[in-house]
Design a binder for this molecule. Sequence first.
Ligand code: ATP
Ligand code: MG
Length: 321
Amino acid sequence: MNEPWVEKYRPQTLDEVVGQDHIIQRLERYVKEGSMPNLMFTGPAGVGKTTTALALGKEVLGEYWRQNFLELNASDARGIDTVRKDIKSFCRLKAVGAPFRIIFLDEVDNMTKDAQHALRREMEMYTKTSSFILSCNYSSKIIDPIQSRCAIFRFAPVKGHHIIKRLEKIAKVENVKYTAGALESIVYFAEGDMRRAVNILQASSSMGEEITDESVHEVVSKAKPQDVRKMVNMALDGDFLGARDLLREIMVVQGTSGEDMVTQIYQEVSRMSIEGLLKGSVYIDLIQSIGEYDYRIREGSNPRIQLEALLTKFLLKTQEE
Ligand SMILES: Nc1ncnc2c1ncn2[C@@H]1O[C@H](COP(=O)(O)OP(=O)(O)OP(=O)(O)O)[C@@H](O)[C@H]1O
Ligand SMILES: [Mg+2]
């Protein structure tokens, strides 16, 4: 699989970040002054919060930014205590080669109130040596004492003309042709989410010579039916790893959601049954499993894990035969 364009074209400097001019101007002042308060970045997905934090870190800390920049995810699977331990051991050391250290904590809105209060104490404890950048989708989920200790930056959905300019730039470097309408419809589907726009561009570029309105429609949120069919057949044939890899590829490259994916599996399995490619008893069992996993995904379970688990049900079916 090719390198995802969202990573390949992630802005490396502040002035490369598109469509957040007010924010960038304010942040560039910190770079000039060589110091910054605690910051909070809030806003919808895919608009440049993480990107901006990394770029700011590099510019404010200079050459040795790597040693002085700690990136953590508040919803780390190892638990919030591990996150806090990491913060502690990082903050205890003095900055070397840079004026101070930066802790970038992503997805803070997933922290419980208790954990947020503990975080607030840590922010106070290390103010002399470190600055925090907290990132979240909803600032309303962050306790007031933290909000009042941060300069708040509200990232807006990226405007259509900014998205188009960025896509044109990427398409030029990648040597990809497109019709005028194609980029417009990418903008329509992206809804201000630059990550989504770039993902749609990459996915539709692999569908033919030229990106057209149709190829965009085809890739948006929906997997190609033939890919789903292929994946289902692989699983039925006992090739779990192949099916799983295809599942991951579809979900990453095409950005298909768990809900869409399970619906499409259902559609494909139903079609196969109508076409006489599945025995009645197998079909019934599969529908039962699909129903169960559909429910789990909609209730908020990790869709990737659930879908991979669903694929194992297909596998067992053939082994029973
Ligand atoms: N303002 C922007 N300018 C240019 N590229 C952007 C911008 N915002 C997002 N992108 C592209 O989308 C990718 C994801 O952006 P980023 O990780 O910064 O999103 P985010 O705001 O942190 O989203 P989330 O809330 O999901 O964490 C980047 O790697 C980049 O390719
Ligand atoms: Mg982010």
